[in-house]
Design a protein around this ligand. Structure first.
Ligand code: NDP
Length: 444
């Protein structure tokens, strides 16, 4: 049996009941076969076994009190996966679906994503099964303070720097930072995605969505195309989705559909983003309210129907496994040309296979959504240097980073004989840097 297959089989045996972690590990490891064949020293030093085992997993109790005085207990997680090329870096997710499998899949992906940015950041991820929906600001604050009352002892500006993810935006980062600062008596860059008044970076809010559109644009440019005139579908209506929509529209695309976890809106005249922003960012409401403000738009309960709307470009920006084989087949049948993943692992393994077999340009999450973490690393640089860069400066750097990622994954795919296969290209390009650093550090 091959080295890769042996490691995968052991991983599944040793980590049962972790389907998302198995899925991510399968996608990554199977594409690394040509690299490990070229480097027999990796097997000799147990490199893959070490690569798929987190350096540290922290699970903790998070008790908090609601507005009626009732005590609740949630689980908190931080997986410090790999620090070979820099301090652990990766977001915190607050969502009822969060469990160890999901945090481990996100952490594993994060290692390669962070490597692809070209910046010195290792991989980690964390979160809680806490559901922020419907909670008051005071309840969110109580939860965040309790979460940080444990997390603070495991993180640090040179150790582990968390950020936002699903359910963790500017408000939550503020409460988490406030508690960290109170306990440690340090005003340092220990979290990214901070507000501009206390050490945040311009463009961080927009970065993942903008970066997604920048890299898709690079792929289009290489094929003599652009966003101009293209019909785009974006799933989700959170941070990534909103800013992907903004940038795609500014480049001349027509975004016709978006969703939240209840259902999707379809506006054949083009989504009016200021209405979506008002509903989701200001009022924290539901996307179905959109149709009360626009003529000609429709709302449909349930999410998966969004993929039946014909489009040139699909940007899944909500959550894992939102595009399955059936949705992928419909997208292909309706003529989609580009799929770029804003969310982490939004396409199932079967869906990816369908896209690739159909010759669609498929940009996987670890490359396509790396703009967020890259800008977080720029925030870290500004914090350490006590500097503050302009919007244009950060945006230019982000653009450069995304163009560079596209070049690297394209070249890696070509070098290994898989031209146009960006899943291979991203995994290989991300892995080689991490593997080289791990080999240099010896067996640790
Ligand atoms: P937000 O919480 O801001 O938004 C998430 C959006 O997805 C919301 O519209 C939410 O709907 C929807 N959603 C969440 N879960 C589901 C579900 N199970 N089914 C359908 N819709 C769902 O999160 P972000 O925009 O920050 O993150 C979105 C994705 O992008 C995630 O996969 C995240 O890991 C990834 N990502 C985020 C980065 C960032 O910088 N924020 C960086 C890199 C990746 P509702 O409003 O109903 O909850």
């Amino acid at each position: 049996m091959s080295y890769v297959q042996t490691v995968l089989n052991n991983l599944k045996k040793q980590n049962p009941n972790e389907p998302e972690f198995h899925q991510a590990a399968t996608e990554i490891l199977t594409t690394l076969a040509p690299v490990v064949d070229k480097h027999p020293e990796y097997e000799a030093s147990g490199l893959l076994e070490r690569f798929v085992e987190p350096e540290r997993v922290i699970i903790f109790r998070v008790p908090w009190t609601d507005d009626n005085g009732k005590v609740h207990v949630n689980k908190g997680y931080r997986v410090q996966f790999n620090s070979a090329i820099g301090p652990y870096k990766g977001g915190l997710r607050f969502h009822p679906s969060v469990n160890l499998s999901i945090i481990k899949f996100l952490g594993l992906e994060q290692i390669l994503k962070n490597s692809l940015t070209g910046l010195p950041i290792g991989g980690g991820k964390g979160g809680s099964d806490f559901d922020p929906k419907g909670k008051s600001d005071r309840e969110i604050m109580a939860f965040c303070q309790s979460f940080m009352a444990e997390l603070y002892r495991h993180i640090g500006a040179d150790t582990d720097v968390p950020a936002g993810d699903i359910g963790v935006g500017g408000r939550e980062i503020g409460y988490l930072f406030g508690q960290y600062k109170r306990i440690r008596n340090e005003h340092v860059g220990v979290l990214t995605g901070r507000g501009l008044s206390y050490g945040g970076s311009l463009v961080r809010t927009e970065a993942t969505g903008y970066g997604l559109v920048y890299i898709a644009e690079e792929a289009m440019k290489a094929r003599g195309e652009s966003f101009k005139g293209k019909t785009v579908i974006i799933s989700g209506s959170g941070n990534v989705a909103i800013y992907a929509c903004q940038k795609a529209q500014s480049l001349g695309a027509k975004v016709v559909a978006m969703y939240d976890s209840n259902g999707y809106i379809y506006d054949p005249n083009g989504i009016k983003l200021e209405i979506v922003k008002e509903i989701k960012e200001v009022k924290r409401g539901r996307i179905k309210e959109y149709i009360q403000h626009t003529a000609g738009a429709t709302y449909t309960e349930g999410c998966s129907g969004i993929w039946t709307i014909p489009c040139d470009v699909a940007l899944p920006c909500a959550t894992q496994n939102e595009i399955d084989a059936k949705s992928a087949e419909i997208l292909v049948k309706n003529g989609v040309k580009y799929v770029a993943e804003g969310a982490n692992m939004p396409s199932t393994l079967e869906a990816i296979e369908i896209f690739q077999k159909s010759g669609i340009v498929f940009l996987p999450a670890k490359a396509a959504n790396a703009g967020g973490v890259a800008t977080s690393a720029l925030e870290m640089a500004q914090s350490s240097g006590r500097m503050f860069w302009s919007f244009e400066e950060v945006d230019e750097k982000l653009k450069g980073i995304m163009a560079n990622i596209y070049r690297n994954i394209d070249n890696a795919a070509k070098e290994y004989g898989y031209e146009g296969n960006y899943v291979m290209g991203a995994n290989i390009a991300g892995f080689i840097k991490v593997a080289t650093a791990m080999m240099a550090h010896g067996v640790v």
